[in-house]
Design a protein around this ligand. Structure first.
Ligand code: BF8
Ligand code: SF4
Length: 627
């Protein structure tokens, strides 16, 4: 195998498929990345601005050329505005996804969404209670309707603070109040971020960044939290479930259907259709052994968490999977779907279907899903996928799948602990588990694919740190074998003992990227049990291969929730040393946590371990020296 492939990805399926892609003369994300090099240095530093038409402008980082844009904005203002707009886009993406789910909940309540139902009645009642809805003796659909409307209020602007902030420890809410960053309405904070970054509005780099914090909190404790809660209500709250990961989950003798994107609204209906007895008979009549559904990225994680649907790959694998020639149909909804995918589908027999009214892609067939037509449309299209089976050419499935366990919602984790977080707290107090880290986020061709996730997590669990992960990070560790019964061999002695006794792997799959809110809820439960704030706990976050604006929003709300967070790739902020200093040091005084940036996962693990030991000492627990 050429050395070149192993420089791009650590995964065997990735390397083998890159070779196949080269033979098939496919252009991949890595080729296009290389063609872009060197990337624009001004943009990398956040020093270019095209917010208005007096520009575009740029600031010379060496102090020789212009130091101000045409309007007079300096480096601090330009970097802060650019970062603020990244947060706004990320928060908007997660929150609009949340809104789509609330609309399905509303449609279910009105009897206008055939195929969808309330799967977790208990959670519906619990969340309704948090929204102040009296559920006593009320019909379940009536409660669903009232909850949908109450959640819609959170998106608007009439409130002073979001409902679900009440899940955060009181001390944390006080921190937000003191800093003036308590989010009021989900859409309001994004809208205000866009307003403030218009030319001639907010030109204080500190106040711009504080609004970015408030905007990100409206995602983490608002839009994303609603997305996760409503998904649980509609499709079931995850419980530990057996699954498998990598491209080997495709089956040569089955009709393979792959779902890619984020929102379970479409993928849940594809799952139901793929289990339809009539369609299965039809598939057999076409010579297939059955219908095999596999996931990519976060909509894959949603199905994995709730139904054990196998996971074919993460972000950088989405082009390569089509080159297996084994995929009859690929469905996309939105977010993280490369516009290159449609043309790759053209090289094989794969039918590429876009499904969302807000997301179109070149060379894809557009079939719009809405709550009222989704169940029926899914059946029609899955039948078409079956018909496409006979058009298959040569198939190349490069590896065997790796078994994994997923489905660790907070409810499931607390359940595994016997109904209270106490055993986990005791293990942390006893030093058997040093602390816990949430590893989240994407792949990015700037970092060797999956290496950032796998190396960091390996170092953490080896040192008795429990890892929870989501998104593409969670897929990376499933493929690497960190989520099955054999994974305990990678864990340090204390972590091995505790996880072994509980019968869980050392790396717990908590879901998709909106499901990062499960980590917030878990952290709050631990803080409440200890009578302290999240920032006092031996916790950290990491996004070792992040690429997306959503990941920036996640990072900001994690830090704003008191969780020290280490980013792999550098965000575009180095044009302003004031902002670098504020994010990596100054925020500690305001929010009790900071960012760090460290692309080398080995060094990132050391930073995290030092932080965890420092927090342990702060709580009066035993503390190890980290070298
Ligand atoms: O929301 S981890 S590449 S797929 S942005 Fe995208 Fe990043 Fe993957 Fe999921 Ni999250
Ligand atoms: Fe240039 Fe100012 Fe316009 Fe930005 S807002 S493009 S810095 S003139």
């Amino acid at each position: 195998m050429s050395k070149n492939y192993s420089e791009k990805t650590i995964t065997t399926d990735g390397q083998l498929m890159l070779k196949k892609a080269e033979e098939d003369q496919l252009e991949t994300v890595w080729d296009r990345y290389e063609a872009q090099l060197p990337q624009c240095g001004y943009c990398e530093m956040g020093l270019s601005c095209r917010i208005c038409n007096m520009g575009p402008c740029r600031i010379d980082p060496f102090g020789e050329g212009p130091q101000k844009g045409v309007c007079g904005a300096d480096a601090d203002i330009i970097v802060a505005r650019n970062l603020g707009r990244m947060v706004a886009s990320g928060a908007a993406s997660h929150s609009d996804h949340g809104r789509d789910l609330v609309e399905v909940l509303e449609a279910v309540a009105e009897g206008k969404a055939p195929g969808y139902q309330i799967k977790d009645e208990e959670k519906l009642r619990r969340v309704a209670g948090e929204y102040g809805i009296n559920a006593d003796g009320k019909d379940i659909l009536k409660i669903a309707g009232e909850l949908a409307h109450a959640m819609q209020e959170d998106f608007g602007t009439r409130k002073k603070s979001l409902t679900l902030l009440l899940r955060a420890p009181a001390a944390r809410r006080k921190v937000w109040e003191n800093a003036g960053v308590t989010p009021r309405g989900i859409d309001r904070e994004t809208s205000e971020m866009m307003h403030r970054t218009h030319m001639g509005v907010d030109n204080g780099w500190v106040s711009l960044l504080l609004q970015a914090v408030r905007n990100a909190l409206s995602d983490g404790w608002g839009g994303s939290m609603i997305a996760t809660d409503v998904s649980d209500i509609l499709y079931g709250t995850p419980k530990p479930v057996q699954t498998a990961a990598n491209m080997g989950v495709l089956k040569a003798d089955h009709v393979n259907i792959v779902v890619h994107g984020h929102n379970p609204v479409v993928s849940e209906m594809i799952l139901l259709a793929s289990q339809d007895p009539d369609i299965l008979v039809f598939a057999k009549s076409k010579g297939a052994a059955g219908i095999n559904l596999a996931g990519l990225c976060c909509t894959g994680n949603e199905l994995l968490m709730r139904h054990g649907v196998a996971m074919a790959g993460n972000h950088l694998m989405t082009e390569l999977i089509i080159a297996t020639g084994a995929v009859e149909m690929l469905f996309v909804d939105y977010q993280c779907i490369m516009p290159s995918l449609g043309s790759i589908g053209d090289c094989y027999h794969t039918k590429m279907i876009s499904t969302s009214d807000k997301a179109r892609f070149p060379n894809m067939e557009h079939q719009e899903f809405h709550p009222d037509n989704a169940a029926a449309l899914a059946k029609t299209l899955v039948r078409k996928a079956v018909e496409n089976f006979e058009n298959r050419g040569e198939v190349y499935i490069p590896v065997e799948p790796v078994p994994a366990v997923g489905g660790f919602s907070v409810e499931a984790i607390v359940g595994a602990l016997g109904g209270t977080p106490e055993p986990l707290i005791n293990a942390i107090k006893a030093g058997k588990i040093r602390g816990a880290v949430g590893v989240v986020g994407c792949n990015n061709p700037k970092i060797k694919h999956d290496y950032g996730h796998v190396k960091l997590i390996k170092d953490l669990i080896e040192n008795d740190i429990l890892v929870v992960d989501t998104g593409c990070a969670a897929v990376a560790t499933a493929k690497a074998g960190f989520k099955n019964s054999e994974a305990l061999q990678f864990a340090g002695p204390g972590l091995k003992e505790i996880c072994g006794a509980l019968g869980v792997p050392p790396v717990l799959h908590m879901g998709s990227c909106v499901d990062n809110v499960r980590i917030l809820v878990l952290a709050s439960a631990l803080a409440d049990a200890l009578g302290t704030d999240i920032s006092a706990l031996p916790l950290a976050g990491a996004a070792p291969e992040w690429y997306s604006e959503k990941a920036i929003s996640i990072g900001v709300y994690a830090v704003a929730s008191g969780i020290y967070t280490v980013l792999g790739p550098m965000p575009p902020i180095t044009g302003s040393m004031n902002i670098v200093k504020l994010l990596t040091e100054g925020l500690d005084d305001v929010l009790g946590a900071t960012f760090a940036v460290e692309p080398d996962p080995e060094k990132a693990a050391l930073l995290i371990r030092k932080h965890i030991e420092k927090k342990r000492a702060g709580l009066g627990l035993d503390s190890r020296e980290v070298k």
